[in-house]
Write a protein of this length. Structure first.
Length: 238
């Protein structure tokens, strides 16, 4: 009798869940530009950028990534990646963690934590032609260190070189030249100064998640004039 009653409860619960499961399965897929948690930031011939924020215990809509992309995590995060027609994958991501993902898929990002899931998603718009092209960069990994400065080249994909930089207060990245343009993504709040050769100092204050597109063809140093470590990611193009 107890087993029969238990079985009835399971059957009833299953029947109650069926409409929800059917609704989920039938949920329409949207373009990334129409997904409410993806906030458009900028676009040019090289990339398209979205600032993403998913509230605690919430999820995105099923949305499609038509281009290869990378994302920069802002704050420690705990999410489930539910790719269409694949088993869900649980991810624990650290503040500043940056990953590359091949495009041409649709998914839902489900936030399991009590904090917003925040990232900057950067689509690589020339992926079709650059995916198989010879790399314009001489290296795809490595570290450079100077007093109070750590620079790590994370990866080179689709013609873009992605680096993570951390400057301690008062530290300076020595003089270096940018042949091509690059994107700066602020992981932490930044209070930095760029001393551009022939132009003088240029102060820059950024909030975490801010992005800035910078032209190439200049030589400069970068100094952290703030009181906290400055963490940011760059995406460089030739």
């Amino acid at each position: 009798m107890l087993q029969s009653a238990g079985m009835k409860r399971v059957v009833v619960a299953t029947l109650l869940m069926l409409p929800l499961l059917a609704a989920f399965a039938a949920a329409p897929e949207v373009e990334i530009t129409s997904e409410p948690s993806h906030h458009f930031a900028l676009e040019n011939e090289h990339l398209r950028v979205f600032q993403v924020e998913v509230p605690p215990k919430a999820s995105t809509l099923m949305h499609r990534h038509r281009h290869d992309y990378l994302f920069v995590t802002l704050g420690d995060s705990h999410v489930v990646n539910e790719v269409a027609d694949k088993p869900p994958v649980e991810l624990k991501l650290a503040d500043g963690e940056t990953r590359f993902t091949p495009g041409s898929f649709a998914h839902i990002a489900r936030n399991l934590s009590e904090q917003p899931f925040r990232n900057v998603t950067i689509e690589l718009m020339q992926d079709d032609t650059m995916r198989t092209a010879p790399s314009p960069w001489p290296m795809e990994g490595g570290n450079r260190e100077f007093p109070g400065v750590a620079i790590k080249i994370l990866f080179v994909r689709d013609g873009a070189r992605v680096s993570a930089i951390e400057l301690q207060p008062g530290a300076t990245v020595p003089s270096h030249h940018h042949d091509g343009p690059h994107l700066l993504v602020a992981v932490s709040d930044l209070d930095i100064r760029s001393d551009v050769e022939g132009m003088g100092p240029m102060p820059g204050k950024f909030k975490s998640s801010d992005v800035k597109w910078l032209p190439g063809g200049y030589t400069h140093t970068v100094t952290n004039v703030g009181k906290s470590p400055a963490k940011f990611v760059t995406v460089e193009f030739k």
